[in-house]
Design a protein around this ligand. Structure first.
Ligand SMILES: Nc1ncnc2c1ncn2[C@@H]1O[C@H](COP(=O)(O)OP(=O)(O)OP(=O)(O)O)[C@@H](O)[C@H]1O
Ligand SMILES: [Mg+2]
Length: 250
């Protein structure tokens, strides 16, 4: 976890989980396809950020760069104060495993592994003692309300339960940042509400969260709303507590 947090009157940088300065991204090709243009934004520890935008506007691309799955074509990205641009692929993978949890619309669970095994897999390459993995996976599944489904295969779980397994998997390494790409996109409204309540709860425990959504009701749950159009990111809270460039006294 970040040990550079300055309590009380921290500077704009010291409690930043994510700091993008002029980040751009293009897909290779002739000509290249520009997707993100000159994105400058700081997200601080404990924020709950939602991101909306039309299909193809660059939301998943943004999240993939934040999650170190793609590399920015230009600009600087600091994750918990660490400059990611000079890192090797192995270093990026290690940092991702330690710092980032992902939740996707389609769950992305291993179909032939039980709930507890799916969560354990997230600890495979991060140095967690093998004897500890099972206990931590169980404990995290209990925290998301799945203590009674530890040994179930994903195919035997409801959509909401599958997404809870995915959230447990994302949480088990105590990441700096939880990234959710349309986490309720495959769920009915009642199940979606339960998953959103779980995300609210994780936020209230101090986790920093970014949620991509098409649903204005989901977007309004965050305490900071962003939108993206043609690769341009707009922050709708720039005059309040979440000004991206200046520190507002607290
Ligand atoms: N592998 C790729 N190669 C080239 N272009 C791509 C590739 N992946 C995505 N794109 C393009 O990049 C743009 C942004 O895609 P992205 O997936 O970030 O959109 P999105 O906002 O997440 O859309 P959706 O709401 O449909 O998920 C789109 O125009 C898309 O066609
Ligand atoms: Mg997308």
């Amino acid at each position: 976890m970040n040990n550079s947090v300055v309590s009380g009157h921290g500077s704009a940088v010291s409690d930043a989980v994510l700091d993008f300065d002029g980040v751009a991204f293009s897909y290779a090709g002739t000509p290249p396809t520009p997707v993100l243009r000159d994105v400058t934004i700081t997200i601080r520890r404990g924020e709950y950020v939602t991101l909306v935008g039309p299909s193809g506007s660059g939301k998943s691309t943004f999240l993939n760069i934040v999650g170190l799955l793609d590399r920015a074509s230009a600009g600087r990205y600091l994750l918990a104060g660490r400059d990611t641009s000079g890192l090797s692929d192995d270093e990026r993978t290690a940092l991702r495993g330690r710092s980032i949890g992902f939740v996707f619309q389609a769950f992305h669970l291993m179909p032939h592994r039980s709930a507890v095994e799916n969560v354990e897999l997230a600890m495979l390459y991060n140095g967690t003692d093998p004897s500890e993995r099972r206990a931590r996976a169980r404990d995290t599944l209990r925290r998301v309300g799945l203590g009674h489904r530890l040994n179930s295969l994903p195919t035997r779980l409801s959509g909401g339960e599958r997404q809870r397994v995915a959230i447990a998997r994302a949480m088990v390494n105590q990441p700096d940042l939880l990234l959710c790409d349309e986490p309720t996109g495959n769920l009915d409204s009642t199940t979606a509400r339960a998953v959103l309540e779980l995300i609210d709860e994780l936020h209230s425990l101090g986790l920093t969260i970014i949620v991509i959504t098409h649903d204005p009701a989901v977007a309004s749950r965050g305490n900071r709303q962003l939108s993206i159009l043609d690769g341009i990111l707009t922050d709708h809270n720039t005059t309040g507590d979440h000004d991206t460039t200046t520190r507002v006294p607290t």
